[in-house]
Design a protein around this ligand. Structure first.
Ligand SMILES: [Zn+2]
Length: 429
């Protein structure tokens, strides 16, 4: 690992403080020194990268990823992918996230029992490129609910998208299986979803006994529980039982908002807006004309989630980008759209959206004291960006604007364009 000095950069440190001009020195895999204003004197043994005014910001954190989703338009189409192809696909998607500036990702659910774990381990062993990753279980659900894809005429559970359990003992067995495989989090589908006829977003499915068992078993092993919770009752249920990651959180009332606020230091919300927004406004392309999308409840849900997110953000609840990408309408790699969604639908400023993707991202990775900000001693996960994301968040969607991508002190993408003119080092003494 080389020592690298980023000089002549505009630093957005991820804390929410205003940007400043300065230098940032990386030694090994950590940020060892920051200098404001003045340019550092040349040092031996340090490669200098002259950013020529480009923005240096922390690598982004995606709070709701599904590496195993294969950009299909249905859950079935994800599920039928044969295992061998599916492993390669999932590994490829991991690289895609890093290519787009996401240096950490939180797995939200996977499609085969060990898929996420195997890919996380391969990344950690250096076998494949990918972000820091927290591996998820499959979705655990109950009969008839979202994620129960076992056809009535073909009852082979191994082909189910989710794992279907009934009662606390089956839940215990299922959770323990995933913990044995080595997941970082357990995913429960507490509510329905407008995607599924007969189990829409207002419905709530799991018994308190089942949720309590899942949380108890996960916490025994130091792991956490993430939930698919669109209905108001499911959000309250999640908080009552101590689930720490709440996905979607569409429908709230005063009681739900009070609960969220009272527990705001313990939990994270990632709304995953892409499904609703894309199907409502562009669904035609995937066979869901606007009228049908409205009928499915997406217009109603978007209005509700906007109201909920604005209220949560005002109350200081951490709302993170995390978008359910990996479907036909929102393929992997377009995840930075979420930053614009957070401004538009959650009422964030561009700076607040960046803080969500960086500082709060470090916290959801369980490493808030060393990840997600440009601070001395923090891990060197960094993006060198051509332009000012605060003036235009959409530049983070453009891979060409990501001049440099560094994870753990090592360039995944080296700032090539500037290499000849702006990259130099003094010979070692
Ligand atoms: Zn999801």
């Amino acid at each position: 690992m080389a020592n690298i000095l980023f000089t002549n950069v505009r630093v957005i440190d991820g804390s929410g403080e205003p940007p400043f001009a300065g230098d940032v020195l990386i030694q090994g895999n950590r940020i060892s020194r920051m200098t404001r204003g003045t340019r550092s004197a040349p040092m031996t043994g340090v490669t200098v990268i002259d950013g020529a005014g480009a923005t240096l910001m922390p690598g982004m954190v995606e709070a709701h990823t599904h590496f195993a989703w294969n950009n299909a338009a249905t859950l079935d189409a994800i599920q039928v992918m044969p295992t061998e192809e599916h492993v390669l696909w999932t590994a490829g998607v991991a690289k895609t996230y890093l290519d787009h500036g996401w240096t950490s990702c939180v797995g939200a659910a996977t499609a085969k029992p060990r898929l996420d774990v195997v890919v996380r381990n391969a990344i950690n062993e250096g076998l494949i490129p990918g972000p820091r990753y927290l591996a998820a279980s499959q979705e655990i659900t109950v009969a008839g609910a979202f994620g129960d894809d076992i056809p009535v005429h073909m009852p082979y559970p191994e082909f189910s998208f989710g794992q279907v359990v009934s009662g606390p003992e089956e839940m215990r067995k299922c959770v323990r299986m995933f913990l044995k495989y080595g997941v970082d989090s357990i995913k429960l589908n507490l509510s329905g979803d407008n995607f599924v006829a007969g189990a829409d977003a207002h419905t709530t499915w799991m018994s308190d006994e089942e949720v309590a068992m899942a949380v108890r078993e996960a916490k025994l092993r130091g792991k956490r529980v993430a939930v698919h919770a669109r209905s108001c009752a499911s959000i309250k249920q999640a908080i009552r039982h101590g689930c720490e990651v709440i996905y979607h959180a569409s429908y709230t009332d005063e009681e739900a908002l009070d609960l969220l606020e009272a527990n705001k230091d313990k939990l994270f919300v990632a709304p995953g807006l892409s499904v609703i927004v894309k199907l409502l406004f562009e669904g035609e392309k995937w066979g869901i004309p606007r009228q049908k999308a409205i009928q499915m409840g997406y217009e109603d849900e978007l209005a509700a989630v906007e109201k909920s997110l604005r209220a949560m953000h005002k109350r200081g609840v951490r709302v993170l980008p995390g978008g359910d990408y990996g479907f036909a309408w929102a393929p992997h790699g377009e995840n930075a759209m979420d930053l614009q969604y957070l401004v538009k639908y959650a009422g964030m400023t561009p700076m607040e959206a960046l803080v969500s993707a960086t500082k709060h991202g470090g916290a959801i990775m369980k490493r808030g004291e060393e990840l997600g900000q440009i601070k001395e001693g923090y891990l060197a996960d960094l993006l060198l960006v051509d332009g000012d994301p605060l003036a235009d968040l959409s530049i983070l969607l453009d891979r060409r604007k990501l001049l440099g991508i560094m994870k753990d002190g090592i360039f995944h993408k080296e700032p090539e364009l500037r290499a000849s003119r702006n990259r130099w080092s003094l010979p070692a003494a």
